[in-house]
Design a protein around this ligand. Sequence first.
Ligand code: 5AD
Ligand code: SF4
Length: 476
Amino acid sequence: MRNEQIKPNVSTTELERQQAIIEEIRQINDEYFKETGKKRHFYNFVMGCQMNARDSEKLAGMLTEMGYIETENEKEADFVIYNTCCVRENAENKVYGNLGYLKNYKSKKPDMIIALCGCMMQQPTVIQTIKKKYRHVDIVFGTFNLYKLPELLKTRLETGHTIFDIWETHEEIIEDLPSIRKKKFKASVNIMFGCNNFCTYCIVPYVRGRERSRKKEDIIAEIKALVADGVKEVMLLGQNVNSYGKNLEEPVTFAELLREINEIEGLERIRFMTSHPKDLSDELIYAMRDCDKVSKALHLPFQAGSNTVLERMNRRYTKEGYLTLIDKLKKEIPDILLTTDIIVGFPGETEEDFEHTLDVVRKVGYSSAFTFIYSKRTGTPAAEYEDQIPEDVTKNRFNRLLTLVNTMVHDVNEKFIGHIMPVLVEEESKNSKNMVTGRTPNNLLVHFEGDESLIGTVVDVKLIENKAFYIIGERN
Ligand code: 5AD
Ligand code: SF4
């Protein structure tokens, strides 16, 4: 059951309309401050991928403009928002679990407004569950109408009703939403939304819709403005960046976009994710090779090594094709560091199939890998496949994969020991005093002695000790 009370009718003046509402709510919050001496606070919880993280920056931007202050303490928040993920089942379970204790907080603070948004909310079964079991939730919206938060909040404040506003599909892309980034010197930039690939295990195409790219000029203008505001590194985001620009009125390739961004004065580093192997062109490899600002790091998920499994996953490449691509990348960009995503226990995966996955890990040598146990997602083709794999078999394979990945990571990073590399310092080290943490152009994580004054600067560091997932260095 979908509540269509607020009609999807996005026009170019939509942003102005939301901004007027932002202003109204800001006045309400200012009044509240005058009367009580208290500022209203928001708690911003984000799960899942970098797309969601970027969306939450926009939520934080709108809430801040509405006069809310961010808090890390959920209990004291007046407005709690969860930007959810549904790629794997455990993410969903966490949301339901947290809603349990939020009910408790809200019983002590009845004015608390609880909002849920993001991918999980695009699933009708989830909406039904929330309507039935979690009546203390106030506002629910999805991935296509994030920019409407001010309006939804206003309606909730005025009517006291629970608001459900979930769209089945996207309208035009809304540019220039306010947003707040966590770090001054680095920023994420959406270049496209959605995915057309329909890998059979994946829920993303159903909850994020079809691929649509932002105009090149809008992306360039955003990055220039970010650079003027102190940003040195941008992360270009898309579910499948290699097919960027294909459906624009004036088609542009991702390689062309990279080359143009590389020319932006003052920008130092360009990263991007995620790439799909089937769309990784020679043109892109050459652009990565030629553009001095483009990070020599590539996240290239292979998911599984067996051709039978790859076909059942609808990945549209073979193990041999993937390995040929890797050879080409290593030949053109010798310093390249590769990372990947791997799924274990896809329906029908035999021991022999799994051996192919281990074989790819051995042959490629990843500097890091995200390993996942297959999670059955209702609505995806693979959920209907017979021969789902028993948990004990999957766990056993998962552990063997992890052991291999860990030893490989150590070996891969070893070849950089002794090198001097420019490190962009990101933060003070969480574990040791007087140490800072940063990344090399090919995304190695480096800890070395230094203080917070170095954050946001690029420092030449000699890499001296290999700790597998990070490296100890010293300033040169
Ligand atoms: N089960 C397990 N892992 C999944 N991923 C996507 N869908 C599933 C699923 N149903 C993983 C893939 C993808 C990453 C973002 O999440 O490896 O690349
Ligand atoms: Fe999901 Fe495949 Fe699209 Fe990635 S490429 S978001 S795994 S469907």
